[in-house]
Design a protein around this ligand. Structure first.
Ligand SMILES: Nc1ncnc2c1ncn2[C@@H]1O[C@H](COP(=O)(O)OP(=O)(O)OP(=O)(O)O)[C@@H](O)[C@H]1O
Ligand SMILES: [Mg+2]
Length: 304
């Protein structure tokens, strides 16, 4: 079988626990992401989601294991991987616009100044930032505005892989909905692959092709990979009517409420820890038969 676009192989991350011991956040975690896929990861606070993302971004070295993108081991940050951090991380001495043009200039070195500014302004407008506000420094912006600058900055660089750590956490519900739609639009128009951390189950179902579920730490595991069997394009108000919506949602709630604890804290015993593939589909596939026999609902868990 061919290797996925992004391949996480036996990743282990341990930190000193501050009391002379070692905290193993996760051990031998292995999973893949295909090119163009939109993958969300859900798990309780502290299980290691940001830690995984920092390794994928090349910002932290794992204790062991390797991440490969297009077959090449990730080492150090790259313009091919755009990151939206949980805490925005804007450059405080630059305006919103310059925070965006900074990366665009580095990525597209042959572009004229006007082209860089027009491109950055377009991405800021996409996240609802227009007019004078784009000339303000981060300290003069609200938390939600800063988060939007951070999103525009990552998208404007058009990286092959977008890594988003709770990118909409500081946004009000209305802005959040608009930006989720923008994100889907941008993703639909490009070849980008997205890996996104969120705590919002409904957001994950709306956006993702697959949701990875993490158990609680220490020794957290990416235990399941749940396929979102709801066709695209998806509209928030319509997908809740889809027969699979609540079946998938209930599965995720059960996992986070119960199984994430039950499965927690188990060392890997040297085994590679790959998620179990879960496919929930209550729809009946179309058939040529004018009088089809009734089919039982499909609910499967397949070992990948
Ligand atoms: N540099 C570090 N040194 C020591 N421990 C760390 C370090 N970075 C993270 N940890 C620990 O690793 C664990 C996982 O942290 P991480 O930030 O990845 O969690 P998370 O799943 O992103 O949580 P949240 O949902 O709250 O953002 C935590 O127990 C945290 O204290
Ligand atoms: Mg985090």
């Amino acid at each position: 079988m061919s290797k996925p676009f992004l391949s996480v192989e036996r990743l282990t991350q341990s930190f000193p626990d501050g009391a002379g011991g070692t905290l193993t956040v996760f051990e031998n975690a292995s999973f893949g992401i295909e090119k163009g896929e939109f993958v969300c990861i859900l798990g309780h606070s502290g299980c290691g989601k940001s830690t995984i993302m920092n390794v994928l971004a090349g910002l932290a070295d794992p204790t062991s294991g390797v991440v490969k993108m297009d077959g090449v081991a990730v080492s150090g940050p790259s313009l091919d991987r755009g990151v939206v951090f949980q805490n925005y991380s804007l450059l405080p001495w630059l305006s919103a616009l310059k925070n965006v043009t900074f990366g665009v200039k580095a990525r597209y070195r042959d572009w004229s100044r006007e082209k860089v500014i027009a491109h950055a302004t377009q991405y800021l407008a996409m996240v609802g930032l227009e007019g004078d506000v784009i000339h303000r420094k981060p300290s003069q912006l609200s938390g939600g505005m800063r988060q939007r600058v951070s999103i525009a900055r990552a998208f404007a660089n058009q990286p092959k892989l977008l890594l988003l750590d709770e990118p909409f956490g500081a946004l009000d519900a209305l802005t959040r909905g608009t930006i989720q739609e923008e994100l889907l639009k941008i993703w639909g128009q490009t070849e980008q692959t997205v890996f996104m951390i969120t705590h919002d189950i409904d957001e994950a179902i709306l956006l993702a092709d697959r949701i990875l579920l993490m158990t609680n730490g220490p020794f957290a595991r990416v235990a399941e990979s749940v396929e979102i069997t709801i066709p695209r394009p998806r509209v928030r108000t319509e997908i809740v009517e889809h027969p699979n919506y609540y079946a998938i949602r209930n599965h995720l709630v059960q996992f986070l409420g119960k199984r994430s604890k039950e499965l927690a804290g188990q060392a890997s015993d040297g085994e590679s820890q790959s998620p179990q593939s879960v496919r929930i589909d209550l729809t009946t596939p179309p058939t040529e038969d004018p009088e089809p026999a009734p089919r039982p609902p499909r609910l499967q868990a397949v070992n990948s």
